[in-house]
Write a protein that binds this ligand. Structure first.
Ligand code: AMP
Ligand code: MG
Length: 496
């Protein structure tokens, strides 16, 4: 058997159950395309646990074969890869012509739980939607997405996953020449708010309806056959995004580029570009180099979430009711549910962060005061909550937090007003306040070592530490530390 046939066989074996449900959509939804071959792919990362979850047939694949498959060079013979078309509001401005310019959807597989999941290559060469881009990804952003997406998963936040990261050993030209890479992203779907905006902007009713059916089938099958499924679906997306953004806020995550093409209807976090975790707490915190006005700052995320959902509602109007006034009325009522849903989720999460099992009227003020103290004293969001988790038990305030003694006393008094013990409060807090988050300076350090000396040890160490964010891992304490002043990364980049 020739090498080529053998390799094709390994791809066929690995991905024997690959399908592609997007192919049932009208053809204006996508363009058929194949990845650009990579001659010397190197497997940097392969997520075996996820591969098992996806029921991939791993038995006979070695690293070299995996590298060729996930660089997009050796595909199963029955694969029908496509680039999806979509539109989106970027920083508030509508762009009708977007789409997978740097990505290619390999297909869909059914996972262990019977859910369909998308497999998508990022950085596998230009597509018909690349416009002036090269369709490639640099190694740095690929490692960053790998680290942060898998850290989000371990933190318990809905997210797209990383199945594989492959170094291509081909150059990618940005401000300078950089090493290239391909990432395989796994998602509950790649149906975005911008997907529906694309259908609506084209005035393509058949496409809009087909996408709505596909989205409902994949994410809300219980809505099939209901009266007004479009409205019911909109409400589900509103609820999922409210819950997701509340989780981001609770963990100090700043997405950084909440354009409508980067918001899924599945409620998964997608597109890890200039994202960052907050260190010194501030509502206005914003790291992204391209977000000059702070549109996507930490404290703006809920507001922007609602703005984005309003774009979804607008795109779905014709499906909600043929009478536009009536459709607008129904959509507006649905959108009004966002704020109370968000506040409910946020309060629930913040109560848990402070070890509170019961509810009191004044909790919201106590939480607000807590965050104001963090901001006034430039405290590290993650470490302070983690340290408070211990203080719930010890009842002692450590020297670093002395400036917030008054607040601390109020919180301690509040803990005594619930029936749960201090041990229980502390246990709850430790389960939601991580010790380890993907800190930007650590990510950059790992990327730097990989790029300059081909050393992936820091990357792998970081992946290991971040897989257990709520455990103490005393030997890894250094990874919990915020950056020193000279290590602080003030600006993050998309890197596209
Ligand atoms: P993103 O910033 O990842 O949300 O991408 C925004 C849009 O730009 C999407 O339509 C991408 O497909 C496209 N894009 C980003 N980087 C590239 C690239 N290197 N080549 C082609 N298209 C790209
Ligand atoms: Mg995007």
């Amino acid at each position: 058997m020739s090498d080529r046939v053998q390799n094709e066989t390994s791809a066929d074996r690995l991905l024997n159950a690959l399908g592609n449900v997007y192919l049932r959509l009208p053809e204006s939804a996508y363009a058929r395309h194949t990845p650009q071959p990579v001659e010397q792919p190197q497997l940097i990362y392969f997520n075996r646990a996820l591969a098992q979850e996806l029921k991939l047939n791993l038995d006979l694949s070695n690293d070299e074969q995996l590298a060729h498959i996930f660089a997009g060079t050796h595909l199963p013979q029955h694969a029908q890869p496509i680039a999806l078309a979509y539109a989106g509001h970027q920083f508030g401005y509508f762009n009708p012509h977007m789409g997978d310019g740097r990505a290619l959807l390999l297909g869909t597989v059914e996972d262990q739980n019977g859910h369909l999941r998308d497999l998508q290559f990022k950085g596998s060469g230009p597509t018909p939607y690349s416009r002036r881009g090269d369709g490639l990804a640099a190694l740095g952003p690929v490692l960053r997405e790998t680290i942060v997406s898998e850290a989000m998963q371990a933190l318990g936040i809905a997210t797209t996953r990383t199945l594989a990261a492959i170094a291509t050993h081909q150059p990618v030209y940005r401000e300078k020449k950089l090493p290239g890479a391909v990432l395989t992203r796994v998602a509950r779907s790649h149906i975005r708010i911008g997907t529906f905006e694309y259908c609506a902007a084209r005035g393509d009713q058949a496409l809009l309806r087909a996408y709505l059916d596909l989205a409902i089938e994949r994410h809300d099958p219980d809505l099939i056959g209901m009266a007004n499924p479009a409205l019911a679906f909109l409400k589900r997306v509103i609820a999922r995004q409210a819950s997701l953004i509340a989780q981001w806020m609770q963990i100090g995550f700043i997405h950084g580029v909440m354009n409508t093409d980067n918001m899924t209807v599945s409620g998964e976090t997608i597109d890890y570009g200039p994202c960052a975790f907050i260190d010194h707490f501030s509502h206005d915190k914003c790291f992204s180099s391209i977000d000059e006005m702070g549109r996507y700052a930490y404290g703006n995320q809920p507001k922007i979430g609602l703005w984005n959902l309003t774009r979804l509602a607008q795109a779905l109007l014709s499906e909600i009711d043929p009478d536009q006034d009536k459709a607008i009325e129904l959509a507006r009522a649905a959108l009004e549910e966002f704020q109370p849903l968000y506040t409910h989720e946020w309060l629930k999460a913040m109560r848990a962060k402070l070890g509170l099992y019961t509810r009191e009227e004044t909790d919201q003020a106590l939480i607000k005061d807590c965050l104001d103290q963090f901001e006034a004293h430039k405290l590290d969001f993650t470490l302070t909550f983690r340290d408070l988790s211990e203080a719930a038990q010890s009842q002692k305030i450590s020297a670093a937090y002395l400036p917030m003694q008054d607040w601390f006393d109020q919180w301690q008094a509040r803990l005594t007003r619930q029936p749960q013990s201090r041990d229980e409060a502390s246990a709850l807090m430790r389960s939601v306040n991580p010790r380890f988050i993907p800190r930007t300076h650590r990510i950059e350090e790992a990327i730097e070592a990989a790029i300059t000396t081909d050393d992936y040890s820091l990357f792998h160490t970081l992946m290991r530490v971040l897989a257990k964010p709520y455990e103490e891992q005393p030997l890894m304490a250094a990874y919990a530390e915020p950056p020193r002043d000279d290590e602080r990364v003030l600006v993050t980049f998309c890197g596209t």
